[in-house]
Ligand binder design. Structure first.
Ligand code: KMH
Ligand code: ZN
Length: 271
């Protein structure tokens, strides 16, 4: 089995310091948290930037500062969000792609997102995909619902994305696909042969779906964006603490953990 790629989703757009006092917000805090996650075993960091008030921002400048600060510390793969927050415009969301990161997320359809709607029309998905292709940015296809896999395949068919694709199943968003083992299996069976995949189970589902992914040959995303707890009622101390647990489980189950360079090879980055 391929080595395990662990992504640390450090901040997200929805979590606040009131909910998780250890949430990294400033570029310095995010870079330090990325470095700690890297030392713990993460090979990708999924980044959401925040402005000086702590609100989500898709500012090119803030992402640039974060990217430079992380790169000064380690060679972890920098993966900015193009999902942003539900209220960001598509134009704003696309800004960090102009930094030409090795990877960026690409949400593959519209769904309910708690009380809100996370809008991803076909036209904008195509725009995001083609800009990423032009700049040589590997998209991570964010899948919140089963039909979104078909949207991702359509991007390949239209020549806007290149197979093999890398998918991230984000399961357990209120209003979208639940995070049961059966739901994950359904998703895994639906992606084209040769694809790679990771799973981000929300809240208490993070650990069970991560363990399934380790066993099934998939990859794992953990972090405060998806889950702020270590155990029921016990907040996590850091993103690194959540990464460390995945490394321990992988070791127990006999799955080796990938370094950033090994992750690059598995994902075909920089070929
Ligand atoms: N914050 C969500 C509305 C991504 O990063 O690409 C979208 C999101 C997806 O987090
Ligand atoms: Zn995100």
């Amino acid at each position: 089995m391929e080595k395990l790629i662990i992504t640390a989703a450090l901040t997200g757009a929805e979590v606040t310091r009131d909910l998780q006092p250890n949430l990294p917000i400033t570029p310095d805090e995010i870079a330090q948290e990325a470095y700690d996650a890297y030392k713990a075993g993460a090979s990708i960091v999924h980044i959401h930037a925040r402005d000086e008030e702590g609100n989500p921002t898709q500012s090119f400048e803030v992402y640039r500062e974060i990217k430079e600060k992380i790169e000064a510390k380690c060679n972890i793969i920098f993966q900015p969000s193009t999902g942003g927050a539900v209220w960001h415009s598509p134009e704003d969301r696309l800004q960090p792609v102009e930094l030409k990161p090795e990877m960026a997320t690409l949400s593959c359809g519209t769904c309910n997102f708690g009380p809100d709607v996370f809008m991803n029309s076909e036209g904008y998905m195509e725009k995001f995909a083609s800009r990423m292709k032009e700049l040589g940015v590997k998209p991570e296809m964010e899948i919140f619902e089963r039909g979104m896999i078909e949207n991702a395949k359509k991007l390949v068919k239209k020549g806007l994305a290149v197979a093999p694709l890398h998918f991230d199943f984000v399961l357990g968003v209120p209003g979208a696909c639940p995070a049961t083992p059966e739901d994950l299996l359904h998703m895994v069976k639906a992606i084209p042969e040769g694809s790679t995949w990771t799973v981000a189970g929300l809240g208490r589902h993070e650990l069970s779906l991560a363990t399934m992914a380790i066993l099934l040959g998939g990859h794992v995303r953990v972090g405060f964006e998806d889950n702020i707890y270590y155990n029921k009622g016990q907040l996590a101390n850091s993103n690194a603490q959540l990464v460390e647990r995945i490394v321990r489980i992988a070791n127990e189950l006999g799955r080796e953990v990938a370094t950033p360079d090994e992750a690059r090879k598995i994902l075909g980055i920089g070929r």
